[in-house]
Design a protein around this ligand. Structure first.
Ligand code: SAM
Length: 326
């Protein structure tokens, strides 16, 4: 079967699959007032998720990230992992989570097939963590990361959204942490979303600020692997952990785009920004529709733009990232 490719020669081995919009944290830059259901259609069922996974694997998906909202809020999260693990051709199953259930479930999820986990930790200072995320369970989240490390996951990553005036000065704390912990830190530049223009203006911190500090301290840029996405990865001989910088406003960020997104209500998003999503749900009701679904995926790729328009101040159709799985 022909693999998915766009007009610019990019292929898409990586799917970010959202399974819920709901979240129990209140991150200031995402859902500051918490999650409120908005009457949208219900989230995809296990059967629908299985059909999405199967269709994407047929056209070249090898890695899937289960995200949300908070994916682990779903009671059938473990079954979603098992479905992903039993999808032919998929060799990496990742999730992005706020980590509140990781300490308890790290083993079961690993056994269900989860190979790597990204935990969002925007501050290593418990009070600051609470300020940013609206949640006091810092210790529980950090225990989850320890549990994942003990369990032997292929990769354990920490996502940190860079926030001027809030965590921009915490680089030394994070570096101390990865001195002996084999964790990949991902510093993610705050992206402007439809609902958060003022917050963005107040707290956007360019990743280049952190990049300059790292380079001054002897961190070296790793060579890019063939399947690497847009992150710039750094390592240092004195540290067990590594650092990735995700700078969506940087020139050429989109050139290495290798991912597509499906939202929890079954819409295909060709980019995190810039479009409202292509309906797939009408083709997820039966196994007999796989061929038609795959044809729609191929047709959709013809519409993928070369780049997002964030750098031109266009925050696109995405109100916040919880709505399509950041
Ligand atoms: N609930 C999960 C979590 O907490 O990681 C997964 C969903 S969350 C939307 C996925 C990632 O997107 C998190 O690391 C979060 O910090 C990041 N994120 C959300 N809004 C963002 C924004 N405006 N700019 C950059 N990253 C953002």
């Amino acid at each position: 079967m022909r693999e998915l490719q766009d007009r610019f020669g990019r292929s898409f081995p990586y799917l970010r699959l959202s399974i819920t919009d709901a979240c129990n944290f209140k991150c200031e830059y995402c859902l500051p007032n918490g999650y409120h259901p908005d009457g949208k259609p219900r989230f995809m069922t296990l059967d629908e998720i299985r059909r999405v996974l199967h269709a994407f694997s047929t056209v070249g998906m090898r890695k899937v990230r289960i995200t949300g909202g908070e994916p682990t809020l779903r009671k059938d999260f473990e079954e979603v992992l098992q479905l992903a693990a039993s999808t032919p051709g998929v060799d990496t199953i990742a999730t992005t989570t706020n980590g509140y259930r990781l300490a308890e479930h790290a083993r079961a999820w690993h056994q269900a097939g989860l190979s790597q986990v990204n935990v969002s930790v925007d501050s290593l200072d418990p009070a600051n963590f609470q300020r940013i995320t609206g949640d006091s369970r810092f210790d529980l989240v950090m225990k989850g990361i320890d549990a994942a490390l003990n369990e032997g996951y292929r990769k354990v990553k920490i996502n940190v959204v860079l926030l001027k005036g809030l965590n921009g000065g915490e680089l030394p704390l994070f570096l101390d942490y990865i001195k002996h912990q084999p964790v990949d830190l991902r510093f993610i530049e705050l992206m402007e979303t439809g609902l958060h223009h003022d917050y963005f203006q107040a707290h956007h911190l360019p990743g280049t600020v952190i990049q300059a500090q790292l380079e001054r301290q002897g961190w070296q840029l790793d060579p890019r692997g063939p399947d690497d996405g847009p992150a710039l990865n750094y390592s240092h001989p004195d540290y067990a952990g590594r650092i990735g910088l995700i700078m969506p406003y940087a020139k050429d960020f989109c050139a290495s785009c290798n991912r597509l997104r499906v939202s929890a209500i079954g819409k295909l998003h060709l980019c995190l920004f810039t479009e409202a999503g292509i309906e797939l749900r009408d083709l997820l009701g039966s196994d007999d529709q796989q061929e038609e679904l795959i044809a729609r995926l191929h047709a959709a790729l013809g519409q993928k733009h070369q780049t997002h328009y964030l750098h031109e101040g266009d925050a696109g159709a995405t109100p916040h990232l919880a709505s399509i799985g950041g």
